[in-house]
Design a protein around this ligand. Sequence first.
Ligand SMILES: Cc1ncc(COP(=O)(O)O)c(C=O)c1O
Length: 375
Amino acid sequence: MGNDPRDFHGFVNPPVVHASTVLFPDAATMALRNQKYTYGTRGTPTTDALCAAIDELEGSAGTILVPSGLAAVTVPLLAFLSAGDHALIVDSVYHPTRRFADTMLKRLGVEITYYDPHVGAGIAALMKPNTKVVFTEAPGSNTFEMQDIPAIAEAAHAGGAVVMMDNTWATPLYFRPLDHGVDVSIHAATKYPAGHSDVLLGTVSANTACWEPLHETFLTLGCCAAPDDVYQVLRGLRTMGVRLDRHQKSALSLARWLEGQPGVSQVLHPALESHPGHAIWKRDFSGASGIFSIVLDGGGTKKAHAFLDALNIFGLGYSWGGYECLAVRVWLGDRTVAKGDYEGPVLRLQIGLEDVEDIQADLTRALAAAAKVED
Ligand SMILES: Cc1ncc(COP(=O)(O)O)c(C=O)c1O
């Protein structure tokens, strides 16, 4: 996917092209820019290979590659919003998306409203004549609320807005946003596509109507991704399916097991029948990835820290989608609508590729440590 070995003397993988300058054969060609590649910021055979692969996965008209998942959020928002516009953003959004909206977008004169992830077709009531973007993310960051994407997209389109989705959790293997009415699909390729916690990259894929404005903004901003990182993500795609399959199986079996453990009041994983968004997940998604949260049955910081400090296999760190288990205490202080009513601390678990019995033993140890804490 993404490259033809015959283009490169039969080598299975494409070369990594490091480039700023591209030479033209003569002045006329240069004046007209009449050749496929003209400058490093505008694309190379390496970026083309990854873009073609992502377009095939997403079913998109075009894809841009940017230096981080966060840039994959900010660049399309800049492409489709101007002073005087209004944007609707889901309240369970990745926190840095909210920070960008509350600082830069507000400074540029864009009005923001955060909406309930469960709003569904009810989003129609929040649309204003100047609503230009409806931003979705499903499941929600850290608390994993599902969104009725087709219903939201229909109402947003009726009001003339562009629908964006941060689809990092599912990847296009388990959910194809453009098939469900989304116009612009956003991905932190840092997570599952890269898969090894050593690369930052973002992809943004658009349908035909949105491709030109997205591509123009990308070229204008000059925020192109570095060739080695692009290559690493292309490489990661080759194994993403098998890695995701393993993440999915391990995470779901641990989520089911955790539901029955003393000390755990809730497991926030959309593939569990107990999850409030399970029916939507089952209707629209073809799989689940490896990150979910648990809620402890009471207590506060001391209990949360006892749990985290007792873990051996899990590292304490941000990000996810890599080969290794990671845990973090979730902070929900930025929420205005989707605050949830959680009995105790919320802990996010990224389930890696380690043996599931070993991960379970680690979690057992952590729950026992948390149970000893009174607060
Ligand atoms: C849902 C989501 N979107 C985007 C990002 C940003 O990705 P990056 O870390 O590559 O900037 C993250 C990172 O955690 C994320 O969880």
